[in-house]
Every structure is written in C-alpha cells, then in structure tokens.
Design a protein around this ligand. Sequence first.
Ligand SMILES: [Zn+2]
Length: 282
Amino acid sequence: MFVTKFKTFSFLFLLLPSAAQCFTLYANVSIQFDTDEVKVFTLDDGSNACANAGFTEDDLETYVKAAVKVWNKIPTSSLKLEAAGKFDPGNTDFTTGELCLWDSVYPPASCASATKVPQVSHIYVGCSTNANDNENFPSNDVYSTNILASTSINNISGRNIIGSVILLNAADPAVAIAALNDEEIIATIAHEMGHAIGLGHSEKSYALMHASLIGKKNNLSEDDVQGVTYLYPVKLDGCGMLATIQDINSNNDSQGPGSFFFNMILGFLICVVLKLRPKFLA
Ligand SMILES: [Zn+2]
C-alpha cells in the first residue's frame, strides 16, 4: 500500500514542473465511466471484417491488449481497462447497428433505423467494412475516407459513460489503416480508447490524443496523463482529486505552468487540513 502511494507521489513530483495542460474533453463536457474497471471487447462476428485493414480479428485482439496497457500504466489514474476477449455480436441488429451508430449530423445511410443501434456497456472495438458508412467515416467532410477510426460514446447516463464503440476503417483495401505498422495501429486504437473514456483531442502535437497520428508513439504524453488523471483521479485516503483542468477545449497555451502546480498544492493542503482536523479537535 505504502509503495503504491509512494509511487503515486513520486510520479506527481515528476509532473510538477509541467507546462500548461491543454487536453480537451469529449464534447466539451466532463463525462467519464462511473466505474474504474472497464472491459474492452474485440468484436468478431466471424466475417473477417478487418481483412481490408490488413490484419485478422486475432491480431486486433492483440492490438487491443497492447492499447489497453497504454492507459493502464499511469499511477495517478484509477482507471483500469481490461482486455476482455472477443465478443460475437451474434445477431444482425447488433452487427448492423454497430456499423451504423446514430448521429444527427451524419445520419446512417445503410441502416434501416437508428432504433436498431444497441447501446453498449463497456467498450467494443471492431472493424467496419461498410464503404458507405457515412456515419462513421463521413465522405463528405474534410476527413474523407482517410479517417483511420471512429469512436462513438453511444450510451450515456447523465454525465456517466455507460458504453462506447470503436470502429477501425476497414472499408476498402485503399484505406490508410492498411498501411500502418503495428505500433501505429496500436497507437490508433489507444487514441480511440482515449475518446471512449471521455477524452477529446489535445492541442499538443506530440500527445497521443492529438488528432493526427503523425509521429505518434504508444506512450502517453504529459497532456494525455493529465487528461485521464482528471477524469479518473486516484484517491489517496479520500484526499480527492490529484489533477485539475483549467480551460476545456482551448487553444490558449498561455494558461501558465502554475495552474497544475498550484491546484495540486492547494488540494494537498486542503486534504491535510481536513485529515488532521479530528486530531486538533480531539
Ligand atoms: Zn481522435
């Protein structure tokens, strides 16, 4: 127990000299899973849907396991993703719905009805083979079909995420994901997992949660760490949050290096006072 706390504090000290955070949250609001233990399933309906992306569903499961580890190694985050193996949708409603997540901006072109979309619990990762999947890989906007993957948090209760679906673009052999190496595919999936747990895009070009994959590694940047720590803070003897956010979805990099440091110290002092109070009163 002590060792765990020591590691956490040590890690926090590494963060103290950090620069301004500028991660964003999904849809500009703070939503997160209401549990720290979230399963991540690999969708496999036996149709080899990932073929055009250049790998099998067995490979995908391996990628998912690696991507899960990316988010699990942060001492200041209480979130624990669990690679939960394969999931066979088993019925056409789910298969169809999974490929046709409802969205008011890009209504699904190939789904009979948005009401067929299942609202999932936990996280599902699969490949989309639907070349006309205007919902997930809109062909009419700037992303065109070059978009690698898409995440939909399709089950929300209040400000809690209940479930998310991550789809990799395996629509045709020409899509970009087929050209990625293993590390880039893992980074892509880990990036989408970030969305699935409530993170938006970071303005930092070196962050995993930056919108572009260029130069992306599987390691999280400080910005990613602060984002996930904000959403899923480790509690130390009930001392509450260890990270804070200042300006959601802002391009302003001048938030100053003091904010994170200041809030950390303030939070720590409040915590100490609160914890010592009973002794003063005794
Ligand atoms: Zn993204």
